[in-house]
Design a binder for this molecule. Structure first.
Ligand code: ZN
Length: 240
């Protein structure tokens, strides 16, 4: 194998590592988003509970107002009873009072069940507050891990790039720019081994796996000039 191929293989190794790390940094925002949406789900269910509490308090107030109105009605009937001499009319008002009293009992039952509901809501909110606290703690930890991971990756990428620049300064610019174009286009390898078919009777490109014409295999074996696959243009090298 020629020295230039050996050096390009090292550069390719650095480039592949850099590309892999770049892909990892691109995945990180999705993880952050996942943490945030988990936290938001908890916050929303907390808000929903508080809304329930408000609705419940308003319902209790409404029932209390209705009970008051009923009591005022009864007081008015009682006043009327004082002014009435006629027994039938007196009894008629007594019946009216009975109806309103029944209404009050119904309203008081409603109030009681609303108060029970309020108690349950208080318990639920306490539970959800606990869950939210836990989730916030977990989210902070996860975000710290992601931040650390990101800064580690950035440092790794930086070191690899410094190393790569030093390695590249030693390479024939014509080879280097050809290599870079192919690497960018294929996204995987610019340099590939000549590989033997399973049957052993022909050689193929290690990148696109097409059968190579014998003269290309011969050239790659000699390693004097740049040999490119006639199908995918990847640079071929021979490694026995
Ligand atoms: Zn090929």
């Amino acid at each position: 194998m020629s020295t230039i191929i050996e050096r390009l293989l090292i550069i390719q190794d650095r480039d592949r590592k850099i590309a892999q790390l770049m892909r990892e940094t691109e995945d990180l925002p999705a993880h952050t988003h996942e943490i945030e949406s988990r936290l938001n789900a908890h916050r929303e269910s907390m808000k929903a509970s508080h809304d329930e509490v408000k609705k419940n308090a308003a319902a209790i107030k409404q029932v209390e107002v209705e009970i008051d109105t009923c009591k005022q009605k009864i007081a008015k009937f009682r006043e009327q009873q004082f002014q009435i001499k006629n027994n039938d009319e007196y009894r008629a008002l007594e019946r009216e009072i009975g109806v309103v009293q029944k209404e009050i009992r119904g309203l008081e039952d409603q109030e009681l069940s609303l108060m029970e509901q309020a108690e349950n809501l208080r318990k639920m909110i306490a539970d959800r507050e606990k869950d939210l606290k836990l989730e916030e703690g977990r989210a902070n930890q996860d975000e710290d891990v992601l931040k650390k991971r990101l800064s580690n990756i950035q440092a790794e990428i930086h070191d690899l790039q410094v190393d790569r620049t030093a390695l590249a300064s030693d390479i024939d610019p014509a080879w280097l720019s050809r290599y870079e174009r192919i690497f960018k286009r294929t996204g995987d390898y610019a340099l590939v081994r000549v590989e033997k078919a399973a049957s052993g009777d022909y050689a193929a490109c290690g990148g696109c796996h097409m059968k190579l014409p014998p003269h290309l295999v011969h050239e790659a074996k000699k390693g004097l000039a740049m040999t490119q696959c006639s199908f995918c243009s990847r640079i071929l090298y021979w490694q026995p």
